[in-house]
Design a protein around this ligand. Structure first.
Ligand code: TRP
Length: 447
């Protein structure tokens, strides 16, 4: 977010800069850690198809809605609703800030796992050749009460450090270099995974749908993950939109970010799932799936420890750029609306979110028997955020744009989308009816 144009509000210098930053928010643990294990748990190809379907209908519409609200208001989510309309709509902004707290609390726990795995891969994790051992390594690590908490703290501290300084040039430049490296590594690893003996079963699992097994839980999981993966439903993309220069085409930007994010998720599927079957792991293993499978893949490539460490370091960076966007929503609110200085706002919010993450971390170990409706604390936070708060935010954002401020978000002179948008009518109908009705129906049928 570079180059202060006008007053104190920063702006992206180039369209590419914005796309990389917004893609940096979208692409993260959601793509590489969460997508493969959700697909593994929810019928593979069926999940993939539902996910793609939601991304390119509801997802891209809500993405455009958020970017337009952001650029038309030039405000944080709470300020944006207040500025464009006010009244009860401001509550949607508050819900966003709350959702930011919830997501970052468990996201940071997994971010910590990633740092831990960078360290472990560099220090001998791969010295075993027995793939099954990686399962117990992961189990022992997450069930330890202190070690994951330590790394959770490190991840949170890094996020706070970046946000406290202000999201500046440094980050934009770092991402521009590192994300392409991550992409190339992903391609190489996919090739290795796809050529393992037995990989074909994983490919079939990922690409050949068996619709007889579909259930409501899968549909909700796919919808929730479409929101989570695109960073939608809680104002992160509004905040990014508020920094976009007037000339940039919003529909084009929405399409780019959506496509890049989806591409990385699908690649992660082709990396993890074939290897899961090749090594005989259980695709339904849950949140540990990626952390069990990737070391097994690294153990089968030359210089595995080197490439494995590099991969996990890059994944930490990808996770950080996402975590930054979550904390930034909270901090932008505290700075703009509560007039708290950026540094204390970032540190204070970070400390509270760290504390909220502690029970999530412990729920993989000493608190694993503390459950509610069969779910541990981590699962409850994730379910609440991804499958309830984000889709609900999506309904409200769609309705807001479709019914309340459509003229404003279309007005190019005010920072809105502008006249050239050929799909404006269709998009409005999606925002008014299709997205809210579909999301509401899916949420209700889940209960
Ligand atoms: N999309 C990110 C990922 O896939 C996570 C994320 C960042 C997010 N900001 C968000 C999710 C805002 C929901 C809302 O890892």
């Amino acid at each position: 977010m570079a180059g202060a144009e006008g007053k104190s509000r920063g702006q992206f210098t180039t369209r590419l800069g914005f796309i990389l930053a917004a893609a940096g928010s979208a692409i993260g643990l959601g793509n590489i850690w969460k997508f493969p294990y959700l697909a593994g748990e929810n019928g593979g190809a069926v999940f993939l198809i539902l996910y793609l379907g939601f991304i390119f209908t509801i997802g891209i519409s809500v993405m455009l809605a958020e970017l337009a609200i952001g650029r038309a208001s030039k405000k944080n989510p709470v300020g944006a609703f207040a500025h464009l309309k006010g009244g009860k709509w401001v509550a949607v902004g508050f819900m966003s800030v709350l959702t930011g707290f919830v997501i970052l609390s468990f996201y940071s726990v997994v971010g910590g796992w990633t740092i831990a795995y960078a360290v472990k891969t560099a220090t001998g994790l791969l010295s075993t050749t027995d793939a099954k051992a990686f399962g117990s390594t992961f189990g022992n690590f997450v069930s330890d009460p202190m070690e994951p908490l330590f790394y959770h703290g490190v991840f949170m501290a890094l996020t706070v450090a970046v946000v406290a300084k202000g999201v500046d040039n440094g980050i934009e430049k770092t991402c521009r270099v590192l994300m392409p490296v991550l992409f190339v590594l992903l391609v190489v690893l996919c090739i290795r995974s796809l050529t393992l003996p037995g990989a074909a079963k994983g490919v079939a699992f990922f690409l050949e749908p068996d619709f007889s097994k579909i259930n409501a839980g899968m549909v909700i999981a796919a919808l929730g993950h479409a929101f989570f993966s695109l960073s939608l439903g809680m104002g992160a993309m509004m905040t990014y939109g508020s920094y976009l220069p007037r000339q940039t085409s919003l529909p084009g930007a929405a399409l780019w970010v959506t496509s890049l994010d989806t591409l990385i998720a699908v690649m992660a599927g082709f990396l993890v799932l074939p290897a899961v079957f090749a090594f005989g792991f259980d695709p339904g293993a849950g949140p540990g799936l990626t952390f069990i499978t990737l070391p097994a893949v690294f153990s089968k490539i030359p210089f595995g420890a080197f490439f494995g460490t590099l991969f996990f370091v890059l994944l930490v960076v990808a996770a950080l750029t996402s975590a930054i966007s979550l904390l930034e929503v909270v901090v932008a609110y505290l700075v703009d609306e509560k007039h708290i200085a950026r540094r204390p706002a970032a540190i204070g919010a970070g400390a509270v979110i760290f504390a909220l993450g502690i029970p999530s971390s412990l729920s993989f170990g000493i608190w694993s028997d503390v459950t509610f409706l069969g779910k541990g604390f981590f699962d409850i936070m994730d379910y609440l955020a991804s499958n309830v708060l984000l889709p609900t935010g999506g309904i409200l954002i769609s309705l807001f744009v479709g019914w309340v401020v459509f003229a404003k978000v279309m007005d190019g002179d005010q920072g809105g989308i502008g006249q050239g948008f050929r799909w404006a009518k269709v998009w409005r109908i999606v925002c008014q009816y299709v997205a809210p009705a579909a999301i509401a129906w899916i949420l209700i049928s889940g209960f």
